[in-house]
Ligand binder design. Sequence first.
Ligand SMILES: [Zn+2]
Length: 497
Amino acid sequence: MRARHHIRYILVLILLPSGFLVGCGSTTNLVTGETQRGAYTWQEEVQIGRENDPAIIAQFGLYDDAGLSAYVDRIGQQVLQTSAYTDANTPVEIRSTPFHFRVLDSPVVNAMALPGGYIYVTRGLMAHLDNEAQLAVVLGHEIGHVLARHASRRAASAQLGQLGLIGAAVLGGVVGGGNVAEGILSYGGAGVQLLFLSYGRNDEREADRAGVAYAEFAGYDAAEAADFFGSLARLSQQGGGGGIPSFLSTHPDPGERQQTIPELAAQYNPPGTEVNSGEYLSQIDGIVIGNDPRQGFTEGDRFYHPELRFQFSIPSGWQVNNGAAAVQISEPNGRAVLEFSFAQATSAQAAGQEFGGQQGLSVSSQRSTTVGGNRAYQLEGSANTSDGQVGFLAYFIEYGGNVYRFMGLAGANNFGSYSTTLRRSIESFARLTSSSHINRQPIRLDVVRVSRSGPFSSFVSGRPTPEGMNTEGLAILNQMNLNTTVPSGYSLKLPQQ
Ligand SMILES: [Zn+2]
């Protein structure tokens, strides 16, 4: 979780305009010029983007590098100017809508867009690109989704009807007594996925054509992007590890795209020639790769937060999901979950009493206590949700100028068998004092011009390996194989502690 990150609920609700289930009109797809069914007017799309942008930022966090953010925005705006956005036929309301390009603080390789001109790339994606031409194609692809109004077209189809039912508050969001963790963990992601990751393959091909066209019009050699899609194909084959993004699973087979991108690019005459790898690599030199331990990390059965200076134990075998706003720890079968987050309150008691006073909660006990020598307030009870009864154990802890909420949840019928485990973990919360944990630093990308030639693998020995990556992963990051001969004078992206 991020130190400067205070939001009330970590489970973000993707809000949709009320007319979302019924209102379907015809809209113009600016990429193809065709008329299509769409659920929203352009003004509604802008509203969806504006209202959900903070939720995306809350979920992933913005990458803290003003220079890199400005660079991505500059390239994004440049590609936008060569897109259908500026066509004389494009309605003024669209041409006058500002587009936003943001870098999210996530190691996962991903790019996405919200309707109305909100476009995101992750630092993981930035690290895996080799030059500006590749970035231009990726941004052009996302601009394509927005201008083709794919989300609106998808929402007009019946299968998205359930989206409006997604709940927000923590307890209200719990689904069923059986699989609490799944109910909770899938929520933040579900709305997000439905809105901007579940485009169909045709939408993706359309966006690819747009991405190549807009990048070419902006003067870039769009065929360069083929190597990036080659890397994506290998990342998806690797599976697991760094967490394979939906960008891969819902997009056309990256291997297919590796072939089609140069074919699409070859249609432009004169061809774009700009690649700008030197400028690009200097922009990403020093970017964090892999998980950032400054935002918390797991070692053995303990979770450590160097910035916020706390630690707590994790039940053995449970899975940790360290998000921007909360840490969620789930029992392997999803029968129980622990969630650690900020509480917005001036005292543990005030936070606890406000929590206990919520409608739908039945509190069986509550009292002031201490945890790790810190003032705390604990409550136990149950909640009726639309899908069943859930037992909870909630602690509010004052520490380091913040009030934290540490909550254990399990289906009411299972709660008894998990309450001791949940309590033990929560009560292990303590100050972090060991300097080796406090001083833990992320692994960063080091752009190095090599002074000899040799196989890629010979340049990574002695370098640190980011969490969730292996040497093959480092080769993928460089769009190379382990045995690729790197010529002298070539710039490699290598990890550096
Ligand atoms: Zn896409």
